[in-house]
Write a protein that binds this ligand. Structure first.
Ligand code: IPM
Ligand code: MG
Length: 358
């Protein structure tokens, strides 16, 4: 029997609702598979924890998490805590502390879900966005001087290193190679950002030489938004900086029907540290506690986690169940249905227990 230790951090907003749903589905899947067991440790690190303790996680938080094989994360952010405090209090220290430099964001139009793009259905939009996750515009370098004075100044420094760019480029080319279309689009803004992003272009050219089986092209980020909308079929795998890919992935999620289905993995490809898997949607205060949060993003996220752990068969079965449940119209309101989180979860558990998942 293969055992995996999962650290669960549901945190804020709808995080606890969708992570509970995801854990229920994972348990059903492990029971069906029979080959592995998930030992889940629960952590209450969150904005509530911050209000009580003045920090988002204990001093030895990273040392505790390091024991896990993977981290299953909900969402962080509360209305009474400034966003940059919560972000730099919990999620970024984990991503950066564990060098999870590759952020992967698959996007597909699921059956039963309607894209806002006319004539775009399942199969027309099947993307993998690879987001640089350790440096760039999220380096946390900069400062403020002359606070409050008319002369006040602030700098926000984006850092691009050869090591950082080369490793994400290799990861992206290798990811593209595993996909049916074997195509990579390298996104930059190297016309305007003439240092760091010209370095991206140069490194892309160098790395491409090692992947002759992958076709690739380049796109400026502004033009990329148009291409995603107008020619979604021309896009397959995408690699972009931390901030550019952050923006493109929201667009991708919207074009696929809802942010409520979008998953992500913060991956340390070297496997020195545990990787962290989370739905992209965030806290979603407007629907917190209403029982209608879409759990599909956290299911898909769980599938990414299983795949990372080496349980490819269970990961694939989970996605088949997701597609069956969506195709059957058991959908939450964000994707046009009227099912609750619990109803979608129950349908998933039934599909996993009884269904033919290929
Ligand atoms: C994401 C989110 C985060 C980010 C926010 C919550 C800081 O938008 O995962 O895409 O920008 O990284
Ligand atoms: Mg984002």
């Amino acid at each position: 029997m293969r055992h995996y230790r999962i650290a669960s951090i549901p945190a804020d907003g709808i995080g606890p609702e969708v992570i509970a749903a995801g854990l229920e589905v994972l348990e059903a899947l492990a029971a069906r598979d029979g080959g592995f067991v998930l030992d889940v440790d629960h952590y209450d690190w969150s904005s509530a924890y911050y209000r009580k303790h003045g920090v988002f996680m204990p001093d030895d938080g990273l040392a505790i998490l390091k024991q896990a094989d993977a981290i299953y994360f909900g969402a962080v952010g509360a209305q009474d805590v400034p966003d940059h405090i919560s972000l730099w209090g919990l999620r970024l220290p984990i991503c950066q502390g564990f060098d999870q430099y590759a952020n992967i964001r698959p996007t597909r139009v699921l059956p039963g879900v309607v894209s806002p793009l006319r004539d775009v259905g399942p199969g027309d939009l099947d993307w993998l966005i690879v987001r640089e996750n350790s440096e760039g515009e999220y380096s946390g370098h900069g400062g403020r001087a002359h606070r409050g004075l008319p002369e006040e100044v602030a700098t926000e420094v984006a850092i691009f290193t050869r090591v950082g760019v080369e490793r994400i480029m290799r990861y992206a080319f290798a990811s593209a190679r595993k996909r049916p279309r074997q195509h990579l689009t390298v996104v930059t803004k190297s016309n305007a950002q003439k240092f760091g992003l010209v370095l991206w272009d140069e490194i892309a050219l160098e790395v491409a030489a090692d992947f002759p089986d992958v076709t690739w092209d380049k796109e400026l980020v502004d033009a990329m938004t148009m291409r995603m909308v107008r020619k979604p079929q021309s896009v397959d795998t995408v690699v972009a900086t931390n901030l550019h890919a952050d923006i493109l992935s929201d667009l991708a999620a919207a074009l696929a029907g809802s942010l409520g289905v979008a998953p992500t993995g913060n991956v340390d490809p070297s496997r020195r540290y545990p990787s962290m898997f989370e739905p992209i949607h965030g806290s979603a205060f407007d629907i917190t506690g209403k029982g209608i949060a879409n759990p599909v993003a956290s299911f898909w996220t769980a599938s990414l986690m299983l795949e990372h752990l080496g349980e490819a068969r269970a990961a694939a079965a989970l996605m088949v169940a997701v597609e069956q449940v969506c195709a059957a119209g058991i959908l939450t309101p964000d994707v046009g249905g009227n099912a609750t989180t619990k109803e979608v979860t129950r349908a998933m558990v039934e599909a996993i227990k009884g269904g033919n998942l290929g």
